[in-house]
Design a protein around this ligand. Structure first.
Ligand SMILES: CC(C)(COP(=O)(O)OP(=O)(O)OC[C@H]1O[C@@H](n2cnc3c(N)ncnc32)[C@H](O)[C@@H]1OP(=O)(O)O)[C@@H](O)C(=O)NCCC(=O)NCCS
Length: 170
């Protein structure tokens, strides 16, 4: 199922055949330091579900059909009209695919799903993520102090949110 298409990318619901792609992306050294990987069991549960609560999506190039990233969306069934972008990884980095993906997801969240709020969190040393979220118009809403324990260290996460009235269609 295709959620939305842009100039170069399409976002489609992930299938069981995408599981290994997702698991491999999560553990690549350039990705794992910025995320908290989810287990194979958790992804399998999502991929086998009706996706009313959580959804894994694949980002693919329209021209080649090649998968270039994966994102997880959560809280799809909550009564407060909000969606969390829980995880996002672009494999083919620094060619604008992250920006196009977030722009498409926000168009889907606010334009198609008619949500009131989109939100995500980010490690405080993830300078690419922070640059991207702030330049897209996400507001920094706070810091969750020492909320994750990675390699023996408690780390902070910055919370970013955007409301429907703040979303600028480009
Ligand atoms: C974060 C991520 C999704 C971004 O995707 P991407 O395709 O690489 O991003 P883009 O090419 O669209 O944009 C990168 C932006 O960061 C900028 N950038 C690159 N290096 C940077 C740095 N060291 N510091 C700040 N900004 C930087 C680029 O100039 C570009 O900005 P611009 O669009 O204003 O020119 C991707 O890098 C990724 O998967 N990272 C690992 C996992 C991760 O961090 N996920 C997010 C967790 S919150």
């Amino acid at each position: 199922m295709i959620l939305i298409e842009g100039d170069r990318l399409r976002i489609r619901r992930a299938e069981m055949s995408d599981l290994n792609f997702i698991l491999d992306l999560q553990v690549k050294p350039e990705n794992v330091k910025f995320i908290v990987p989810f287990s194979k069991e958790f992804h399998t549960k999502i991929l086998n579900s009706d996706c009313t609560k959580n959804m894994d999506v694949i980002i693919e190039e329209i021209e080649s059909g090649v998968a270039v990233g994966y994102f997880m969306l959560s809280e799809l069934d909550n009564p407060h009209n909000k969606i969390e972008i829980t995880q996002g990884i672009i494999d083919k980095k620094n060619c604008g695919y992250g920006r196009e993906t977030f722009t498409l997801l926000l168009k889907w969240i606010f334009g198609v799903k008619k949500c009131h709020r989109a939100f995500l969190d980010c490690k405080e040393y993830n300078s690419v993520g922070i640059h991207l979220y702030e330049s897209l118009g996400f507001k920094r809403e706070g810091v969750m102090r020492e909320i994750i324990f990675t390699n023996g260290v408690y780390e902070n996460l910055i919370l970013y949110g955007m409301l429907d009235r703040e979303f600028q269609v480009n």
